[in-house]
Design a protein around this ligand. Structure first.
Ligand code: FUL
Length: 745
C-alpha cells in the first residue's frame, strides 16, 4: 500500500501497484466507506473495487426493458391526474396484455414495469385496502385485475415483471378520509392487515412502527409482491405533485418488506438503481455507476435526484464518504408524454430515434427503460408496435452477429462471456485482435469484468491497421458494464484496443465487432419568426455524436431531403429541399433519402407565423428575459416574470384575427423554476375586453420540460390573446415561457 501514498505524478504506476497490492486489502463490495485519512489514490483504488450486487448485475443484463403507464390519465388525456377522478373514467372494455408482451418480446426487451398505482392513487389490481381503482370500474364488472393479466402474459412470453407503486398518492391526499398526511401517529402495525374473506396464501408477517399512510403503502406492497409471481424491480418515483401534513415515507420498513418478499428485486429511486436525470432519452458521455455518497446509501431514507452532468469522476469521488455502486436507468417514452392521448395528436418516436437511444443507453453503461403507453382499447397502438418490431429487428441484425467470431486474440475477451476476462496489468495495456479476412465494421462493443474487478477504464481508444499503420478509429472514456463505440465504417483485419488511463488494472471481459447498416439522418426543423423553415440533420443535445450517420455535408452528394406540406408521406417524388423555404402554418413532413435508402420521417405542426405579433401587455419582465421573448421563435430565449408578480400574464396582438384551435407552451429547458402548470386563455377583439375561453393543465413539467399542446374544446376567432398562469410547478412563483404558439384550423 505504501506506494499509493507517494508519487501522484506517476499515476499509471501507482494504480498498477494499488491494484496488485490492494486485491488482498480492499475487499470487493457494493459500498465502500471512505475514511478521513484516505489519500486521493486510496479513494480511487477503493472506487475500483466497488461492484454491483447480483440483483444489480441481473438488472444490467436485462439491458432493454419496458415501462407501461396506464390508468385514468389514459382516458382523461392528462399527464398527472388529480386524485379526484371518478374511477369510472377508466372506461376499459378490453385488455390485450398478450399483445403488449408480444411487441415487447419482438423489441428484445426482457422485463416490463407497470404503474400499478400512479400519482392519482388509482390501483390497477384488486387491492383489499382501497376502492379507488379497477374494482370500482365497469371493467369485467369490477372484477378485472390488470396486474394479474399482465403477470400471466409475462409468464407466457418469458418476460420479467416490475412494479411501479407511486409513493405520492393524490387520492389519499384529497379524499376527506385519506390517509396521506393525516397526522396519524407511528404505532406498531402488523403487515399485512387481514381482511375477512380474503386470506393471503403467503403467511409472512411483519411488525413495523409506522403511521397510517405507511401502513397502507406496506399493505399494498405486500399484495403486489406476494400474489402476482416473482417481481424483479420495484420502482419508486420521486415526483410529488402535492404534499400534505408533512407526510414522511418510512423507507426502512418498505425495504425490509421488499427484501423479504421479493429477494430478487432491485429497487429503483433508492440504493440499487438511480434515475438518469432526465426523461428525454439523454445520456451522459461518461456514465460511472460508482457514485460518491455523503450519507450511507444502505441506511438512507431519502435519495436526491442526481441530475448533474458528472457524477463519478475522480473529483466527484474525492468528495464522498461512501463509494457505492448504483446504476443508471435511462427512461423515456416512445410517445410524447407518459400516458396515451391520441394517435393523431401524440408523436411517436421513430425507429431511428429509439435505436439511437438504445445504443447510447445500453452502450453507455445504463439500462434502457422505454415506456409504451397502452391506448383506450387496452392495446399498444399500431405505430408503436411497428417501431418496437423494427427496433428489435435492427438490434438483432446489428448486434446478433459478432464479426470477431473466429478471430485471433485473447480467448477470454473473444468468448462472449462476462466471467472470463483479460487483466491488463502490463504497462502498454492493449489488446490486439486479428481477423482471418478483412472485416467491415462500424460498431465495437466492450465490457469490463465489473463483478470481479469493478469499473476501472477511464479512457480508451480503438485503432485499426489501415495502410500499413495503426490509425485511431474511435475513442471514449469509461466502459463499465458495456460501451458501444460508434464510428464511420472501416475495413481492416487488425484492431487494437488501448486503455489510456484506468483506476486500477482493467479487466476486459468482452470485445465484439459489429456492422450497422447506417440510415440516412434523422431530421429536425427550425422555423424563424418570418416563417422561414430550415430542415437539417438532427443534432443531439446530449453530446454523443451519431458518427457515421449521413450528415449535412453529404446533402446533394448522394443524400437528399424531400418534404410535403399536405400531410402525405414524403418520397423521392416530393419537393426537394435545397435551402430554407417559407412555409405557412400546418403540418410538414420530411425525409432524407440516400441511394434509395430512406431515413425516418420527421413531422412537425407549425402554428401561426409570428412576424406580425406584438406584445400588448406583460404583467412584469426581468432584465434579460423580456416579454417579447415568449414569441421570438427562439426556444433558447425566454420571458421570465418577476417573482412577486401576482398576475403572471402576457397579452399578444396577433396582427389579425385568426381561427385558433390550440396553443402550445414551450418551457425553457435551461430554467426549471417557472413552469406553467395551470392557467387560463383569454381572447379579445379589441385588446381591452377579455373573455376567458379555456383553462389548461400540464403535468410533470419539471422532470419533462417538453412542449405541451392544449387543444381548445371549440375553435375561437380572435386577434388578441392573453395567457395567464394560475399555478407554477413545484410551488414556484415566477413564470417562464420560451415560446407560445397558436395553431389555426
Ligand atoms: C415521473 C412521473 O411524475 C411521471 O408521471 C412518470 O411516471 C415518470 C416515469 O416519472 O417522475
Amino acid at each position: 500500500m505504501k506506494k499509493i501514498f507517494i508519487a501522484t505524478a506517476l499515476m499509471a504506476v501507482v494504480y498498477l501497484n494499488a491494484d496488485a497490492q490492494s486485491i488482498g486489502t480492499i475487499k470487493l463490495q457494493n459500498t465502500i466507506p471512505v475514511s478521513a485519512t484516505d489519500t486521493k489514490a486510496t479513494i480511487i483504488a477503493k472506487a475500483a473495487h466497488v461492484v454491483p450486487t447480483s440483483n444489480q448485475l441481473s438488472a444490467l443484463k436485462n439491458e432493454f426493458i419496458a415501462f407501461i403507464h396506464f390508468g385514468p390519465n389514459t382516458f382523461t388525456r392528462m399527464e398527472w391526474g388529480s386524485g379526484k377522478e371518478d374511477p369510472k373514467v377508466f372506461d376499459l372494455k378490453e385488455l390485450h396484455t398478450d399483445q403488449w408482451c408480444q411487441s415487447m418480446k419482438a423489441a428484445g426487451m426482457k422485463m416490463v414495469i407497470i404503474t400499478v398505482k400512479h400519482h392519482d392513487g388509482f390501483v390497477l389490481w384488486q387491492s383489499r385496502y382501497t376502492t379507488h381503482g379497477i374494482m370500482s370500474t365497469g371493467f369485467e364488472n369490477g372484477k378485472g385485475d390488470i396486474l394479474k393479466e399482465l403477470s400471466a402474459s409475462c409468464k407466457k412470453y418469458g418476460l420479467k415483471l416490475g412494479i411501479y407503486l407511486s409513493p405520492a398518492d393524490l387520492f389519499q391526499i384529497e379524499s376527506p378520509t385519506g390517509l396521506y398526511g393525516n397526522l396519524s401517529k407511528a404505532t406498531k402495525r402488523s403487515i399485512p392487515r387481514q381482511v375477512s374473506g380474503r386470506p393471503f396464501a403467503n403467511k409472512t408477517k411483519f411488525e413495523f412502527e409506522v403511521d397510517d399512510y405507511n401502513e397502507y403503502f406496506l399493505n399494498q406492497l405486500f399484495e403486489v409482491l406476494t400474489e402476482y409471481g416473482q417481481v424483479d424491480e420495484v420502482w419508486f418515483d420521486g415526483a410529488t405533485p402535492k404534499t400534505k401534513g408533512g407526510q414522511q415515507y418510512n423507507y426502512a420498513s418498505w425495504k425490509k418488506l421488499i427484501h423479504t418478499l421479493a429477494p430478487k428485486a432491485v429497487i429503483f429511486g433508492k440504493e440499487d438503481i438511480r434515475w438518469c436525470g432526465n426523461e428525454a432519452g439523454a445520456t451522459r458521455n461518461t456514465e460511472w455507476n460508482v457514485i460518491p455518497y455523503i450519507q450511507n446509501p444502505n441506511t438512507a431514507n431519502n435519495f436526491a435526484d442526481l441530475t448533474e452532468a458528472s457524477l463519478g469522476s475522480r473529483e466527484d469521488l474525492y468528495k464522498g464518504k461512501y463509494l457505492h455502486y448504483q446504476q443508471a436507468e435511462t427512461n423515456t417514452s416512445i410517445r410524447e408524454g407518459w400516458f396515451y392521448r391520441d394517435d393523431d395528436k401524440q408523436k411517436v418516436r421513430s425507429t431511428d430515434d429509439v435505436f439511437d437511444i438504445y445504443e447510447r443507453a445500453v452502450g453507455g453503461n445504463s439500462t434502457f427503460l422505454l415506456n409504451i403507453p397502452p391506448n383506450r382499447e387496452g392495446k399498444f397502438s399500431p405505430e408503436d408496435v411497428k417501431v418496437l418490431t423494427e427496433v428489435g429487428k435492427r438490434i438483432n441484425e446489428t448486434y446478433g452477429k459478432n464479426l470477431f467470431t473466429g478471430a485471433k486474440g485473447p480467448a477470454q475477451v473473444l468468448d462472449k462471456s462476462l466471467n472470463t476476462y483479460l487483466l491488463l496489468a502490463k504497462p502498454e495495456k492493449s489488446i490486439e485482435i486479428t481477423t482471418g479476412k478483412p472485416v467491415t465494421i462500424n460498431r465495437i462493443v466492450l465490457q469490463e469484468a465489473i463483478t470481479s474487478h469493478g469499473e476501472r477504464v477511464e479512457q480508451h481508444t480503438l485503432e485499426a491497421w489501415i495502410d500499413g499503420k495503426w490509425q485511431e478509429i474511435a475513442s471514449a472514456t469509461n466502459i463499465g458494464y458495456k460501451r458501444i463505440l460508434r464510428f464511420p465504417e472501416v475495413t481492416a483485419s487488425k484492431f487494437r484496443l488501448k486503455v489510456l488511463s484506468s483506476r486500477a488494472a482493467p479487466a476486459i471481459a468482452t470485445i465484439e465487432a459489429h456492422y450497422y447498416h447506417t440510415k440516412p439522418s434523422q431530421l429536425q426543423f427550425d422555423r424563424d419568426v418570418n416563417g422561414l423553415l430550415t430542415i437539417s440533420p438532427k443534432t443531439h443535445e446530449f453530446g454523443w455524436n451519431p458518427h457515421g450517420q449521413n450528415a449535412t455535408e453529404n446533402l446533394g452528394k448522394g443524400v437528399e431531403i424531400y418534404y410535403t406540406t399536405d400531410g402525405t408521406e414524403p418520397t423521392a417524388a416530393s419537393k426537394k429541399y435545397t435551402g430554407p423555404v417559407s412555409i405557412a402554418k400546418g403540418e410538414i413532413k420530411a425525409i432524407a433519402i440516400a441511394h434509395k435508402d430512406k431515413g425516418s420521417i420527421a413531422t412537425e405542426t407549425f402554428g401561426l407565423i409570428k412576424k406580425d405579433w406584438k406584445l400588448l401587455t406583460v404583467s412584469s419582465e426581468t432584465d434579460k428575459n423580456k416579454g417579447a421573448m415568449a414569441f421570438d421563435a427562439k426556444k433558447q430565449t425566454y420571458w421570465l416574470s418577476e417573482a412577486n408578480d401576482s398576475k403572471l400574464q402576457i397579452a399578444i396582438d396577433l396582427g389579425a384575427a385568426h381561427n385558433l384551435s390550440a396553443f402550445v407552451y414551450t418551457p425553457p429547458k435551461s430554467f426549471l423554476d417557472g413552469m406553467m402548470e395551470k392557467g387560463i386563455i383569454q381572447i379579445s377583439n379589441d385588446g381591452k375586453n377579455w373573455e376567458t375561453v379555456e383553462s389548461f393543465e400540464f403535468g410533470n413539467l419539471i422532470n419533462d420540460p417538453t412542449a405541451r399542446t392544449h387543444y381548445f374544446k371549440k375553435a375561437v376567432t380572435a386577434r388578441y390573446v392573453q395567457v395567464q398562469a394560475t399555478t407554477i410547478a413545484g410551488n414556484k412563483k415566477a413564470l417562464a415561457i420560451a415560446e407560445l404558439d397558436f395553431l389555426e384550423r
